[in-house]
Write a protein that binds this ligand. Sequence first.
Ligand SMILES: O=c1ccn([C@@H]2O[C@H](COP(=O)(O)O)[C@@H](O)[C@H]2O)c(=O)[nH]1
Length: 229
Amino acid sequence: MDKPVIVALDFADDFECIQFLSQFPKDTNLFLKIGLEMFCQFGYPFVRSLRNRGYNIFLDLKLHDIPNTVRRTCEMIAKWDVQMLTVHASGGSEMIAAAKEGLASSDTKLLAVTQLTSLGQTELKDELQIPLQSQDYVTHLAKLAYDNGADGVISSALEVPMIKEITSEDFLCVTPGIRPKSAQVGDQKRVATPAKARELGSDAIVVGRPITQASDAFFAYKDIYQEWK
Ligand SMILES: O=c1ccn([C@@H]2O[C@H](COP(=O)(O)O)[C@@H](O)[C@H]2O)c(=O)[nH]1
């Protein structure tokens, strides 16, 4: 699928989620992100039911554990036919490589989260005590992910040109923290509009609340899609 708008399904219950999806015409070809909130409640059966309905699935589990545990978990997820899976790049080179090995029998793209888009320079320095500029930290983790077999990263759109420069044009940059001009920023720190993300070279944008909390979700999706295309 060419440069999708990935909709983050962060709902407290599956009924609400299915009602949300029913607002979209059947031919919308949605790419859906299932994150921790829904996966912890509804697990693999929920993933399978959405996959069986034909949706593309980004499973955003942000795995972060010792290499053996991550490899074995990825071996299991490899059977699920999901399109994307996340691990944290800060889990290190061995863990990233182990995740890739675990997914080897599948077409699932492995994406490594660099610096969460909810963290800015202040949090990086004062809370995490990382003595780097945010952009240098992000590009360092992106290079680590690239060198150890990841197919791409999660970052802010603002960092995409630097990431592509030190990795490769084909290295996927999937970018949350997307906010249309009129939307509330909320807990996100490193944000970009859909148009800016396009201009900076994002391969896919992830959008949650600006669509899921809109009074007309399909209209909000179409609006963002138009700006992104
Ligand atoms: O760095 C990251 C990694 C993942 N996310 C996820 O994307 C969506 C964004 O939702 P919004 O409502 O549009 O803010 C959410 O599911 C996060 O878990 C991220 O935001 N930043």
